[in-house]
Design a protein around this ligand. Structure first.
Ligand SMILES: *[C@@H]1O[C@H](CO)[C@@H](O)[C@H](O)[C@H]1NC(C)=O
Ligand SMILES: *[C@@H]1O[C@H](CO)[C@@H](O)[C@H](O)[C@H]1NC(C)=O
Length: 783
């Protein structure tokens, strides 16, 4: 600011100053000074212009992909894949497996193993934490079975223990986990007993229809076909007093003593003393802590009674060797197996699989310590360039036994191997595009506790940010690849499988085609992907090598699922483990590094169509309903005379059913176009362009961002907030859920399926509308 007092003075001075300043200089002097500067400026300007023009004309064309890579100092994906393959080492997987299987690590126990997992992540340069949840679970105190004779005297007391084997050191550990059922009811039962095949709904229905009364009976069933907790549920619903479940060699794929195989440890057949532990939670109602359905089990949280979700009758598992003296008592009593069905008879000669009831009584006692105790998840995190966008990969750490070399620590060892590989990449300067979270869950065995509570705790963040969840529970328990997946991830899996060599030659993909035509199953339940896919609508995948034809019998949840068994019978070269590590790593990199989220959408549409066609096969009435719009429908199908359903049922469901079919058809078309569009975006993305096309690149990036948003929310379109009927409202996905009568195996379009099974036409109409709305929503996202 000018000082007003000085202004006059200043105004007086200029003349003098000006005069002084403008004192003339010799012309030549001035001229030469200006011309030097001018010349310099001229040259400089020309030079700069020339340089710019030169470099622009000769500037290399680059792709948007390369530009971004430079910007973020990203390492090309192919280089990362090479680095991944180079660092996967069967020897280190073996060492990790050995450590995981050295001591018992039942859910909520062995904090040291969680700590070691976290420390090992940290050692590899991956930040790790151990979030805990206080869960309601049981630990076994004591169990016993007594068989009585006609006079009420104890005639037989099974040991309920598995044999200690000299060859297999884990079987001789002093602190074994007893044979028991997770979430089994603590109590005793005494009464007559019956044999009820696999304990499926249809088995109980069949026996009930033949007049068998289950009330106060102890029901003996075989393992297999469905989730064990549902066997107990069905028995409980019929008034049974207790359930005993044994493993029949008939389900061992022919690798049996009868067929001349020796039993483990001398051969690949089942050791006759082996017992399958496991949870009897009602998995198809809701996983997670049964006292906190839908919210996280934090300290001091409110809890509800668990008995909608866990049994209120006791149960125990038993070996086939020890069930023989009991089931022998049924010989010649009650209905014969051949009157019931071909699978009622098993593979044991000592008893004839008669249903009973027995003349003699059995007593089952089961003392459990129910407690609320912390479970320890381990969460490792590799922060990406786009820190929020997240890919989660996970495996559970807890096992029913000290070993668990198959379930789950074949997956744990592979997860650690992947952490090691990622750690090496981090050291060489890698930062993934999206954040990668590595999860080592606790308490999966009891009922997917660790993953469910964590995901319920972070539901908002996961819903908003997680691109996909890739689960590997048992990475190796045999030599047959199984894959279950959200259809969006199918193609990514196939491509990864094509890049990895199979231990017996060829690629993982080629062998998979040979084994089952590279079939990908839908997701049911039974592992930690459940909360991600079924509750949050996050595309998930689950895979591994499991027991199949010709494989050594897998001693599931038995002490013989040990390091020694894995190292001698199942994967002595640790080559199957290595193959899984590579496939899992490739999928993770595909998801973390792909600028365009690598989902394919058309397969989703085609599978939806297939699922509806499967329902039509299962329920011929749907064909009639579909045709009902036809003016001649009643003549054509003769429904006037059908007593299965009313004409009004056809009328009310016909329109919604045809709407669903049309919506799916529309979605398939939009999805095919959208896949073509994203494929085009990808081509553009890796195409080289001259510099002056930068607006095009900018537009491309915007288009990719938009496409990603659509891909990201697509699977969420299939969530129905109110969830499934029948107390299954925790399950929100309208396409995938565990079967209400199977647990492990998935039910497709579960709401509709169950309504049809129940012949509940109002519910059929309701679910047709709900599913159609979801398909339309998905369609509007991508069209
Ligand atoms: C194995 O795991 C335990 C924790 O159970 C840990 O203390 C130990 O250091 C680990 N051993 C090796 C060789 O890493
Ligand atoms: C039951 O479990 C709790 C927690 O693990 C433990 O503190 C308690 O001693 C156990 N009770 C018995 C009878 O073992």
């Amino acid at each position: 600011m000018v000082n007003p007092n000085n202004s006059q003075t200043q105004s007086l001075l200029p003349h003098h100053h000006d005069r002084h300043r403008s004192r003339p200089r010799p012309v030549g002097q001035i001229g030469s000074r200006y011309s030097t500067a001018q010349r310099f400026c001229g040259f400089a300007a020309f030079g700069t212009f020339f340089l710019i023009a030169f470099s622009l004309v000769f500037a290399p064309r680059t792709s948007t992909s390369r530009d971004l890579r430079r910007l973020h100092h990203k390492i090309p994906q192919s280089e990362l894949e090479r680095a991944l393959f180079a660092s996967i080492n069967p020897k280190s997987i073996r060492a990790y497996s050995k450590n995981y299987t050295a001591a018992p690590h039942l859910g909520g126990t062995n904090f040291e193993l969680a700590k070691w997992t976290a420390d090992t992540f940290e050692e590899f340069g991956i930040k790790a934490e151990i979030p805990t949840y206080d869960c309601y679970i049981n630990y076994p105190l004591s169990a016993g079975i007594e068989l009585y004779d006609k006079d009420g005297q104890v005639s037989y007391v099974p040991s309920l223990e598995e044999d200690i084997l000299d060859e297999d050191p884990t079987t001789g550990l002093v602190d074994q986990v007893p044979t028991f059922h997770g979430y089994s009811y603590s109590g005793d039962a005494k009464g007559q007993f019956v044999y009820a095949n696999y304990g499926r709904k249809e088995d109980f229905d069949l026996l009930s229809s033949k007049g068998l009364d289950f009330s106060n009976k102890i029901v003996i069933v075989k393992y297999g076909k469905i989730f064990r907790g549902l066997k107990v549920k069905f028995a409980q619903e019929l008034g049974a007093a207790a359930v005993l479940i044994y493993s029949d060699p008939a389900d061992d794929g022919g690798i049996t003593l009868k067929n001349g195989y020796k039993a483990y440890p001398d051969g690949p057949a089942r050791n006759p003393s082996s017992v399958q532990r496991g949870s009897v939670q009602f998995l198809s109602i809701a996983p997670g802590d049964p006292t906190t359905p839908g919210w996280p089990s934090k300290k001091g949280t409110s809890r509800v009674s668990p008995y909608d979700r866990i049994p209120s009758i006791p149960s125990l598992p038993i070996s086939y060797r020890e069930v023989i003296p009991i089931l022998k008592q049924l010989n010649g009593h009650g209905i014969k197996p051949d009157q019931l069905g071909s699978d009622w008879k098993g593979d044991i000669d000592e008893f004839d699989y008669s249903v009973g009831p027995s003349k003699v009584e059995l007593k089952l006692s089961n003392l459990q310590n129910y407690t609320i105790t912390p479970l320890f998840n381990v969460i490792g995190r590799i922060e990406g360039i786009r820190a929020h966008e997240t890919v989660v990969i996970g495996n559970h750490r807890d096992a029913w036994i000290a070993g668990g070399a198959g379930d789950p620590n074949s997956g744990s060892a592979v997860l650690l191997e992947l952490a090691k590989a990622f750690g090496e990449m981090i050291k060489s300067g890698w930062k993934p595009l999206r954040t990668i979270v590595l999860a080592s869950w606790d308490g999966e065995e009891y009922g997917l506790l660790g993953s469910t509570e964590w995901a319920e705790d972070h539901a908002k963040f996961l819903g908003d940010n997680v691109v996909a969840y890739i689960n590997c529970d048992v990475s190796v328990s045999g030599h047959h690849l199984f894959v279950s997946s959200s259809p969006l991830l199918n193609q990514l899996f196939r491509e990864a499988a094509k890049k990895v060599s199979h231990p017996e030659g060829g690629t993982v993909y080629e062998k998979w085609v040979e084994q089952n035509g590279a079939h990908i199953k839908n997701l049911g339940s039974g592992s930690d992907y459940t909360v991600f896919q079924d509750h949050l609508g996050i595309p998930s995948l689950d895979f591994g090598y499991s027991f199949g034809p010709g494989d050594p019998v897998y001693h599931y949840h038995s002490i013989y699922d040990s390091f020694h068994w894995m190292d001698t019978y199942d994967d002595p070269e640790w080559a199957y483990h290595s193959a899984i590590a590579k496939v899992w790593g490739l999928i993770t990199l595909g998801l973390s590094e792909g600028e365009i989220i690598p989902f394919e959408t058309e397969e989703y549409g085609r599978l939806l169509k297939l699922y509806v066609e499967d329902l039509e096969k299962k329920f011929p009435v749907l064909e009639a309903i579909k045709q009902a719009l036809d003016i001649n429908y009643h003549e054509k199908f003769g429904f006037k005379h059908s007593n299965q359903f009313q004409m009004s049922d056809i009328q009310r469901t016909s329109k919604p059913y045809n709407n669903l079919i049309q919506s799916i058809g529309k979605f398939i078309k939009s999805a095919a176009e959208f896949d073509e569009y994203t494929a085009r975006l990808h081509k553009e993305y890796i195409k080289d362009y001259p510099w002056y096309k930068y607006p095009k690149k900018f537009r491309l990036l915007v288009a990719i961002k938009l496409a990603n948003t659509k891909l990201f929310i697509l699977d969420r379109a299939f969530l129905y907030d109110k969830g499934l009927d029948g107390g299954r409202d925790w399950f929100k996905h309208v396409v995938f859920a565990p079967g209400r009568y199977t647990g492990y195996a998935g039910a497709l379009l579960p709401g509709l399926l169950e309504a049809l099974e129940d012949k509940d036409w109002a519910a059929v109409e309701k679910w047709l509308k709900i599913i159609t709305d979801c398909v339309d929503k998905a369609d509007s996202i991508i069209s």
